[in-house]
Write a protein that binds this ligand. Sequence first.
Ligand SMILES: [Ca+2]
Length: 263
Amino acid sequence: MLAALMAGGLEASARSQTAAPEPSSSTARPRPVFPEETETGVVSLPIVPGAAAFRFRHDRHRQELLVYRPGSTEPDQTLRTDTTEPAMSGSGLSAIDYDGDGDLDLRVVAWWGTGGVGHEVFLYDEARESFERSPLYSGLASAQPDGTGCVTSGGSGGHAGNIYSVGYYCPAGAVLEPRWEERQDWDQARGVYVFWRKEWDLDGRLQRQITEHRRGPSVLWSEERVRSDATGCYAVVVREEQAGASTARRGEPICPDRPPAPR
Ligand SMILES: [Ca+2]
């Protein structure tokens, strides 16, 4: 599922005709902090709010990120940075709170292109005063943490942003689980963009699924499936646009004979 993200625009999502569920927290979305580049290559970043800044030196050639705790003159930690491309500018290093614990975490640009930008992410562990690579958040396309540990992630695959995939993901143990995902592809045979949106509940059950055939600003055809908690079945409504008139009809309900397999 995450692989799809790599191929597929956050900006495109903003044009979506369906509203995304808001994160449960009212916390303001964190913003990345970029260090001031220096001639020596040693840069400072605040990690723990109110405390002295850490210093870092990223050697892209050796793929090493040296970490200096406040007051240290020698590196306290060496992190491996598996980066395949040069940063767009500077060291490629910045800090943002991924996991929502209030401390900033490190990220290093690992790849970038028209599909977005991917980072190697290192979470700060305040108890250990050290950083650890996060397999959970590393490599996601254009991930934007929302301050709760969840991230929006996705990328554009072309057609001026009309081909894209984007989703909202939250940690569940060792994986990120989707809360919603959207995707739009071009269907050459029909000459339409096909748009999908799926929404899951907190137990991982698919609650709602929308499929649309879009041409320009018009939705020519759509199908919406909504799950009933009482029956476990999905009510189906199909809408069609023909000769300027819109029709809607109920389809046969879809009743999975067993609950969806855990993802
Ligand atoms: Ca953090």
